[in-house]
Design a protein around this ligand. Sequence first.
Ligand SMILES: Cc1ncc(COP(=O)(O)O)c(C=O)c1O
Length: 340
Amino acid sequence: MTRHKSFGSDNHAGVHPAVLRAITEANPGDAVAYGADEWTGRATAGLREVFGAEDAFLVLNGSGANVLGLSLLLRRHEAVICAESAHIHTDESGAPERLIGTKLLPVPSADGKITPELIAEKLSGRGDDHRSQPGVVAITQSTELGTCYTLAELRKIADFCRASDLRLYLDGARLANAAATLDCSLAELAECADALSFGATKNGAMGAEALLVMRSALAADVPYLRKQQTQLTSKMRFVAAQFSALLQDDLWRANAVHANAMARRLAEGAQAVDGVEIVYPVQANAVFARLRPRHITALERDWTFHVWDEGENVVRWMTAFDTTESDVDAFLADIRSATG
Ligand SMILES: Cc1ncc(COP(=O)(O)O)c(C=O)c1O
């Protein structure tokens, strides 16, 4: 256990007490396995409703949700356009390439977001059977760099994809943080996509993610693909109970609003410190900062965080549902003394 609250990742946080309670309450007695239980029925109905989705499928982790979602949208010869910083490209050990046999076509992006113009650059080889044929665009909301697409930006991408015969997948591992920042519903965020993931793990769950399917024609294959991809867990009621706890009274939103507020507090405090530069707009629960290497080393003695780009001296500080103001203030005090 670290001495201080970790700013390494929202995955470092524990489980929200309401989620733990829901797991405990689901425990007594037996339940039919593989999702044919009442908890899964309730959670997936709740998810369908809040997303306005055709169907909802529970899975165990975000990489699994991404592979499942992409596999659903791709034809066998098709490729995926994504940002260079996309988790599917940088942090899934090549899972989409290995497990689906697709090719990722990454585009450079200054802030983790991609645009119709950037997508268009990858379409020049269409119709040439020597070239990868893009079939899907994958975006992340909020992005891996802690930024958010606005609803207008999402609509623009969705319109472009529709007009260009491209399907749109949205990695929503931190969708809650985006909904909190934009003060919008999950349905408004989901509207643009053909399929998307919804992350609960980084929002206070123990381990639970969902795949939302927005078009009915796509849903029929998901149960089989999920099983083939080993994401159909037998004791599904415990995954489902976690979602129900987060959906109850919009706990997911309260958790995200809090995590975002802690990131803003950290960014505002840190940017007032000489020698600290905030490198991306703070629009979710991540703060990216540039510091001198010796200051990074000094801070690493007592604090846990991610050195994001060693060459550029950029670190990532993440907050979670359980980060407190005093955690942030203690970290800021040490940032001040490390750089002073
Ligand atoms: C944007 C994004 N997508 C997907 C994932 C994958 O989640 P998991 O580690 O549960 O596979 C992560 C995890 O950090 C992530 O940040």
